[in-house]
Write a protein that binds this ligand. Structure first.
Ligand code: DGY
Length: 328
């Protein structure tokens, strides 16, 4: 039975039940039950009159959604650290705070970055498929040989929380670490990481790791020109957002041997179509955006997003707010 005294919230996907229970205890919850993104027309319909919107990175939250919600909307809470799916300036203009989930997924995403780096450099996926296909005939001196990660030069684009967590791990591999960002990071020196401009990083690195957020400055940051600067053996790893890399330029570079390989946890679009030519290349490993996908981390992210949502419903400051200027 609907409790008309409670604020209405829209939750755009089923998250762990204890999280839904917390939300249902304080709100009248509209839940999109299907395990696929809520269709746009349903989102626009169901958000009408809501006080809270609990969104995922697969939902575009823009002016149209804010208008559909109307003046009752008090909070948008995104279950992700990234919020490129949300038009934050529009939310600010409507006086709506936006919550995200920073910190909690840093180490898990750094672990996955290392796994993808090693898998791509050492051809792990290709080798496992080789065995399954019955092609392991004998031990051959140069079969499935890849590249060493230890002792290599690794370039990190974006020395934020995840970039630093990756740099810490790479010190154990005796890598030389260089990085670029909008400005030098005061904590990077302690990690043995030296600041360089993007072009120098691309020229010098054996492995280039993308860890910057997606925004208007970073969209298409790695295109044909940048790929051409990289070593012919270099491997590009992207666990940030697909559109930071020009995917068609990457495909072309891989097909023509401009660079040596790529490991992608993110693509543009997501999901990547199963017949995409990138998926035919042996020197490419593509994962379905699983950087933060450990049970513990995804559960914590879901709770953190509920914390933000509930605070917003109560008119309290969100614990993790990406547009604090909304509080004036
Ligand atoms: C995020 O949180 O932004 C990741 O891409 C998904 O965990």
């Amino acid at each position: 039975m609907r409790d008309a005294t409670l604020p209405t919230v829209l939750v755009t996907r089923r998250v762990p039940q204890p999280v839904l229970d917390r939300i249902a205890a304080v709100a009248d919850m509209r839940l999109w039950e299907e395990d696929r993104p809520i269709p746009r027309e349903v989102l626009l319909d169901w958000v009408r009159g809501c006080a809270g919107l609990y969104s995922l990175l697969t939902d575009r939250v823009d002016e149209e959604v804010l208008r559909a919600a109307g003046p009752s909307l008090k909070v948008v809470s995104n279950m992700a650290v990234g919020y490129d799916n949300i038009d934050v300036p529009a939310c600010t203009a409507h006086g709506v705070p936006v919550g995200n989930t920073p910190g909690v997924l840093t180490e898990t995403t750094a672990d996955l970055t290392l796994a993808l780096l090693l898998a791509t450099a050492r051809r792990i996926v290709e080798a496992a498929e080789f065995v399954k296909a019955g092609r392991w005939v004998t031990w051959r001196p140069m079969e499935l040989t890849g590249q060493d990660v230890h002792g290599s030069t690794v370039g990190i684009i974006g020395m934020g929380r995840i970039g630093k967590a990756v740099a810490r791990r790479l010190r154990g591999f005796d890598c030389q670490i260089i990085y670029t960002d909008t400005q030098p990071d005061p904590e990077a020196g302690a990690l043995g990481a030296g600041y360089v401009e993007l072009d120098s990083l691309l020229k010098a690195s054996d492995f280039v790791l993308v860890h910057c957020p997606l925004n208007e400055q970073t969209r298409g940051l790695i295109g044909a020109r940048e790929l051409a600067l990289m070593k012919p053996t270099a491997v590009l790893i992207n666990t940030a957002r697909g559109p930071i890399v020009d995917q068609e330029a990457l495909l072309d570079a891989l097909q023509r041997g401009v660079i040596g390989g790529a490991g992608l946890d993110v693509t543009d679009p997501e999901p990547i179509p199963p017949d995409h030519p990138l998926l035919k290349l042996d020197n490419v490993v593509v994962l379905p955006h699983i950087g933060s996908a450990s049970v513990a981390t995804r559960t914590r992210m879901a709770h953190m997003a509920a914390d933000n949502l509930i605070a917003g419903l109560r008119g309290e400051r969100l614990p993790h707010c990406v547009n604090p200027e909304v509080y004036g």
